[in-house]
Structure formats: structure tokens, C-alpha cells
Design a protein around this ligand. Structure first.
Ligand code: NI
Length: 176
């Protein structure tokens, strides 16, 4: 097995972040390496969620760990082919950010609770109901698998302003 590696995170705008990702069909060692790398990349960033398209892999896989308490054990989760099977009518607003849109944050309203079914790394089906920051995070990451970013919920003017900032950031990074 290859050692774990931190992968480069794509910065918006990038066509790969606007692409609908493909279902995972092979539950092999390569998938395990991808999941391990994504978790390491997410913790290193640091972030609470990361979707495969953000590291340039157009597969329906996401990782997350929304444990906030410093003394609580981490809960690294790997969700493959996740599907939302139920949404609450109640909505909640959380401030969201994104590792592909660094240092930009916005209040986004989403269903407060969500039930998701997914495959684990062996292909076994899992189902769980998420609430609070976990519900926000899993919906944000599933959006990534469908080529959608949190700024797509904002008014066009605000979205364009953020996109301009990101283009500038990418130009600066390219020069560095
Ligand atoms: Ni994101």
C-alpha cells in the first residue's frame, strides 16, 4: 500500500467542481487510498468535509468529521455513493465555507435534518440521520458530487464578487 498523502485541493472556478461525479463501482484498494488521502487532506487543511471532485477525482465519495470538542475522539466518516432519502421540513441556517473557496463564508439555509444512505469502503450499505452541523456538512458535500457549490445559493452579484476574488487568488498562487 502507498503511504497516505496530502492531495492538492482545487480552487473555484474549475470545471471539475461544476461536473456531476460518477458512481463508484469498484470497492478496491485504490478507493481505500483515495479515502485515506482525502481524510488526511481534510484534517491538514483543516476542514470538516471534503468531496472527491475537490481533489480532481470525479467519483461520488466524500469524507467528513464534524466533531468540534477538542477532547472528543475524532469520527472520520467515508460516504460512497451517498443519497439523501429524507429531508426535514424544518430548515436551519449555518455559516458555510469551503476548502475550494478559501476564506469566504456565507449563511446558507438548508433542511435541519437529513437521512442519507451510502456504501462503506467494502460496499456495504449504511443509513444514518444527521442533524446540526453534520446535516449541513453532508448536504454541502453531496452538492459537490452534483457540481454544486455553496455560493450557488447566493444572489448572483455576491457570487460573482467571490468568484472574482478566487480568480485573483489563483493568479497570485500561479505567480508564487
Ligand atoms: Ni465545499
Amino acid at each position: 500500500m502507498e503511504p497516505m498523502a496530502i492531495r492538492d485541493i482545487l480552487i473555484h472556478p474549475d470545471p471539475r467542481l461544476k461536473t456531476v461525479a460518477n458512481p463508484v463501482t469498484d470497492f478496491d484498494d485504490r478507493l481505500r487510498v483515495l479515502a485515506d488521502d482525502m481524510l488526511e487532506t481534510m484534517y491538514d487543511a483543516p476542514g470538516i468535509g471534503l468531496a472527491a471532485p475537490q481533489v480532481g477525482v470525479l467519483k461520488r465519495l466524500l469524507v467528513m468529521d464534524c466533531v468540534k470538542e477538542e477532547d472528543a475522539p475524532p469520527r472520520p466518516m467515508v460516504l460512497i455513493n451517498p443519497a439523501v432519502t429524507w429531508l426535514s421540513e424544518d430548515c436551519a441556517t449555518h455559516e458555510e465555507g469551503c476548502l475550494s473557496i478559501p476564506e469566504q463564508f456565507a449563511e446558507i439555509e438548508r433542511p435541519a435534518e437529513v437521512e442519507v444512505t451510502w456504501n462503506d469502503l467494502e460496499g456495504k450499505q449504511e443509513t444514518e440521520r444527521f442533524e446540526g452541523i453534520w446535516a449541513t456538512c453532508v448536504q454541502h458535500e453531496i452538492d459537490h458530487l452534483n457540481g454544486k457549490l455553496f455560493i450557488d445559493y447566493l444572489k448572483p452579484l455576491r457570487r460573482q464578487m467571490i468568484t472574482r476574488k478566487m480568480k485573483k487568488l489563483k493568479r497570485e498562487q500561479a505567480r508564487a
